[in-house]
Write a protein that binds this ligand. Structure first.
Ligand code: FAD
Length: 365
């Protein structure tokens, strides 16, 4: 008999399993995939640590979460400084003095501000859609060059049809600073995410290639309590309908050269380029001397039931549907629902760890 059956060996499941095991509980972790680490899974291909489900950069400000992950991995000093290509010209991200210099040739913060102010959309009401929101925050040049077509590709919708709430704010930095995240702690596990998860799950029983729903009766009798980190609508047999996600297609290639694009993340904001970004994985490992390079194009794809769920969609339809499932979940005291699929919420990795810690403290013992 186990204290906890944990469904999902992703970051929520692994954090919960570690905390429970450290507190003397016996856990069984299962995953329907053939590997641990959920969407953080990475593997070595020709000397490069490849982020299989999209690039993952760890960042946080919380000392407790940073010391937790440092129990299991040494982090490198990678800093994310993406660039965006538009009509053959490169722009720095996030929007900062380098971007404004590339866009307008300005070199002083007040000149950049003046440019933005002179072309911001001024409304006497709240912005009605994403386009109005972006225009009122950063003006026409940045919107037309770096946001409009990128967003159209990402969401497969015209920004005029998307809610303003998708972009709450667009950070404009009036400093020469390309470091994407502001956080105190940043980096990537030196030996890769999968090695970090192996350490997190050390001494804990794991069964891979096991789908909870195909073995539900047997599995639920094996533990006092269940921690479920899969899709909440699937748990309730889609009785109210299916939640939708934004999904991605990855096209990867190995190149026989050491350096293909000179940066880990390069966005493409032209409408006629189907991918939103190209990832060159070796640049996540500063100093990687591999002779080859592994490169992945990220292409937004239409959501279908069996697609890999990546990003929850925060529109009214899906939010209302999720509320119904959440209500059902609240009446299932014996099951702990946690993580991005069970809570139908986009979480960064540090937020998932924080959430698992707080749920464990409330319900784990
Ligand atoms: P998951 O990692 O999805 O784990 C859930 C696990 O449950 C999966 O392994 C799944 O196979 C398993 N499962 C589901 N159903 C069943 C079932 N029926 N039976 C058995 N097992 C089941 N965060 C950052 O901090 N920095 C980043 O740079 C970053 N980049 C990202 C890029 C992309 C493209 C995406 C999509 C996310 C990114 N994230 C990033 C977020 C990060 O991936 C998540 O915070 C984290 O992976 C969520 O962990 P989880 O355990 O909730 O979910």
């Amino acid at each position: 008999m186990y204290d906890f059956l944990i469904i999902g060996a992703g970051l929520f499941g692994a954090t919960f399993a570690r905390l429970a095991t450290d507190a003397g509980k016996k856990c069984l972790v299962i995953d329907k995939r053939e590997h641990i680490a959920g969407n953080c899974f990475s593997r070595d291909i020709k000397g490069v640590d490849v982020h299989v489900y999209g690039p993952h950069i760890f960042h946080c400000n919380d000392d407790r979460i940073w010391s937790f992950v440092n129990r299991f991995a040494t982090f490198n000093n990678f800093r994310n400084s993406p660039i965006a290509i538009h009509q053959g010209k490169a722009y720095s991200l996030p929007f900062n003095m380098y971007t404004f210099n590339q866009m307008w040739g300005v070199t002083k913060p007040e000149e950049a501000l003046e440019k933005i102010e002179s072309q911001r959309l001024v409304l006497d009401r709240e912005p009605a859609n994403l386009e109005e929101q972006a225009l009122s925050l950063v003006g026409y040049d940045i919107y037309n060059t770096l946001i409009k077509d990128y967003t159209k590709k990402q969401w497969k919708k015209n920004p005029k049809e998307l809610p303003a709430s998708i972009i709450k704010r667009l950070p404009v930095r009036l400093t020469w600073d390309n470091n994407y995240f502001n956080d105190k702690y940043q980096g990537i596990p030196e030996k890769g995410y999968t090695a970090m998860f192996e350490e997190m799950l050390k001494g804990i029983e794991i069964r891979l290639n096991v789908d909870f729903f195909k073995n539900k009766e047997e599995l639920t009798t094996m533990a006092e309590r269940v921690v479920f980190t899969g899709k909440i609508d699937e748990y309730f047999d889609y009785q109210y309908g299916e939640l939708e996600y934004r999904t991605l297609e990855f096209q990867s290639e190995i190149y026989d050269v050491e350096n293909v694009q000179g940066n880990a993340v390069v966005n493409y904001s032209d409408a006629d380029v189907p991918w939103t970004r190209i990832i060159e994985h070796k640049h996540f490992q500063p100093g990687n001397k591999a002779k080859k390079s592994y490169v992945t194009k990220e292409i937004p794809a239409e959501w279908k039931k069996d697609s890999t769920p990546y990003y929850p969609i925060g529109d009214e339809k899906n939010t209302d549907l999720f509320r119904k499932y959440k209500h059902l979940a609240e009446s299932h005291d014996d099951v702990i629902f946690g993580g991005r699929l069970a809570e139908y919420k986009y979480y960064d990795m540090h937020q998932i760890i924080g959430s698992a810690m707080s749920i464990f403290n409330k319900k784990g013992i």
